[in-house]
Design a protein around this ligand. Structure first.
Ligand code: C5P
Length: 405
């Protein structure tokens, strides 16, 4: 069976020279079994004739919100409900701005506003327009709203410039749509992830902390979301932008982090503790700034709760994964931690002269469970996070299919 069999796809076409490639997108979607309804903006019609798209899709093209004859057939709300997927290719800067602004100024924006189907955008514009702060702000808004972005690609442009802003090739756009229709490894699961350092207040302006950048935890959150999970990222203070499409809870201290995690744990299927939680906190943070009156100060520190171990001890425990950064005897120490904290899986960073993951874009991870040990090798944190999520997904599903029988 073709991968897009009977899938209702609304192909939105906006004004740009890349619109001539939209005919090829329709042809490829139909080849994959999709039913395609083309919706064009006024500007798009200057670049490609509606008749071409009607002939290829086998359905009249829709272009007007205020056309009584068309609206008496399938009206704008029906199109929005009919769609299983909306893809806008090419998506112009103007259309992106109107969509980000929540406008309903023509048929295509109105359909996008009314639909509950996923929306994908394939931007196409001059590189200066793409790089413009306003366009980037609009793209950030749309991705945070859950719109997915296909491209743009970089290269020579119709206007003679070279840079980002070229529409992806029709074959790549259709491949993306076919991939997004597949069942993803963590579809239907709730995943909670801790990341970053914690800050343990000494007084109102100072804190004890560590050098965790949060990059590994944020990459794990992005990978889990891409695998279809509904993700909550509980993060200590970092300089990073939260990945799009996740729920973000900012915290400071280990105690705040524990409270946020406890609120999630009831409905959590997988918990991944990536945070570098401070083991100790000042016993009595000063209520006002500590003055430098004396030559030395003695701090009394008390143990922080072990968030990961507490999650693993919960009677309704999720599949629980920890991280361990070790300088000596990394594997035996991590194996001991796996057992002591009662984890399903632990990911070990060995810290030595060739691997110092703090702040770096790369890392080297080894995964350890009761049953096995897998070296994921040295790679970018993004690639390692994807690999880790794939391993977690199959172990989580194995555990659940055993429990169900
Ligand atoms: O015991 P250690 O700090 O080496 O364990 C590291 C693992 O435990 C990490 O997954 C970290 O997120 C988690 N942890 C925690 N709460 C603590 C200390 C560590 O969740 N107080």
């Amino acid at each position: 069976m073709p991968l897009l069999a009977e899938k209702h796809i609304v192909l939105g076409i906006t004004g740009g020279i890349a619109a001539y490639k939209s005919a090829e997108i329709v042809r490829r979607l139909i080849e994959q079994g999709a039913v395609v309804q083309v919706v064009m903006t006024e500007a798009a019609k200057a670049f490609i004739a509606p008749l071409t798209l009607q002939a290829l899709s086998g359905r009249p093209v829709r272009d007007s919100l205020l056309d009584p004859s068309a609206e008496s057939g399938m009206g704008h709300i029906e199109i929005a409900r009919w769609a299983d997927q909306i893809v806008i290719a090419p998506a112009s800067a103007d259309f992106i701005a109107r969509l980000a602004g929540g406008m309903a100024s023509d048929l295509l924006t109105t359909v996008c506003l009314a639909t509950s189907a996923p929306i994908a955008l394939a931007p196409a514009m001059n590189q200066g327009m793409w790089n413009n702060t306003a366009t980037q702000r609009n793209i950030d808004t749309l991705t945070a709203d859950g719109v997915s972005l296909l491209g743009p690609a970089s290269g020579a442009q119709a206007c003679g410039d070279v840079g980002p802003g070229r529409m992806l090739e029709p074959a790549d756009i259709v491949n993306h749509l076919m991939d997004s229709g597949k069942v993803r490894a963590l579809d239907g699961t709730n995943v909670t992830i801790t990341a970053g350092p914690t800050w343990e207040a000494l007084d109102p302006v100072r804190a004890l902390s560590n050098h965790s950048s949060g990059k590994m935890g944020y990459a794990v959150a992005a990978a889990a979301a891409a695998a279809g999970a509904s993700v909550t990222l509980v993060s200590g203070p970092t300089a990073l932008k939260p990945p799009s499409g996740i729920r973000y809870q900012a915290v400071q201290s280990a105690e705040d982090m524990l409270a946020a995690v406890e609120r999630e744990i009831e409905d959590c299927d997988v918990f991944i503790g990536v945070a570098a939680v401070a083991d100790y906190r000042p016993a009595q943070p000063a209520s006002s700034k500590i003055k430098k009156h004396s030559e030395s100060v003695t701090l009394e520190l008390v143990r922080n709760p072990d968030i990961l171990a507490l999650v693993a001890q919960n009677p309704k425990r999720p599949f629980t994964v920890g991280f361990a950064a070790e300088t000596d005897q990394a594997i035996p120490n991590a194996r001991d931690k796996l057992q002591r904290k009662g984890l399903d899986l632990i990911a070990v960073n060995q810290i030595n002269a060739t691997n110092n993951p703090f702040g770096s874009e790369e890392n080297h991870l080894v995964l350890i469970s009761e049953m096995d040990e897998i070296d994921l090798g040295r790679d970018s944190k993004t690639a390692l996070a994807e690999h880790l999520i794939a391993e977690i997904a199959h172990r989580y599903h194995d555990q659940h299919s055993t429990q169900d029988h």
